[in-house]
Design a protein around this ligand. Structure first.
Ligand code: 5GP
Ligand code: ZN
Length: 118
């Protein structure tokens, strides 16, 4: 069973901010911003590549509620999902990072300089 399925099953503790029948949101253990929440479906879906539009429809509302719950709805935030190897996805259970609480940098997204690829 994957690490996020263990969190859903309460086999690993987490700091939950919002939960419903289908989704769970909890604080990232290694935050990269003052607010760093992970939102996940309770069914095991490997990544954004596999998720259904039906799940995403409900997940959109859930993540909007998470942003409200943690107080970043008005100040702004970033939603990120890493996919596969080049996306640097470490946990193979779909999760959306919701980052905020400070002005976020946008400069360093790749270890490769895109100007070298032209
Ligand atoms: P990825 O790199 O797969 O997009 O992100 C995985 C995220 O999960 C990382 O930000 C990492 O800090 C977080 N993470 C990994 N294991 C745990 C855990 O056991 N508990 C919590 N709360 N976060 C975790
Ligand atoms: Zn899982």
């Amino acid at each position: 069973m994957c690490i996020f399925c263990k969190i859903i099953n309460n086999e690993i503790p987490s700091n939950i901010v919002l939960e419903n029948e289908d989704f769970l949101a909890f604080h990232d253990i290694n935050p990269k911003a003052p607010i760093h929440i992970l939102a996940i479906p309770k069914i095991h879906v490997e990544s954004f590549n596999e998720v259904s539009p039906e799940t995403m429809k409900k997940m959109t509302t859930f993540m909007q509620n998470v942003a409200k719950e943690v107080g970043v709805k008005k100040s702004g935030y970033r939603v990120v999902t890493n996919v596969g190897e080049n996306g640097a996805q470490e946990v193979k259970h779909l999760h959306f990072h919701i980052l905020g609480g400070a002005k976020l940098a946008w400069s360093h997204l790749s270890d490769a300089d895109p100007r070298n690829m032209i």
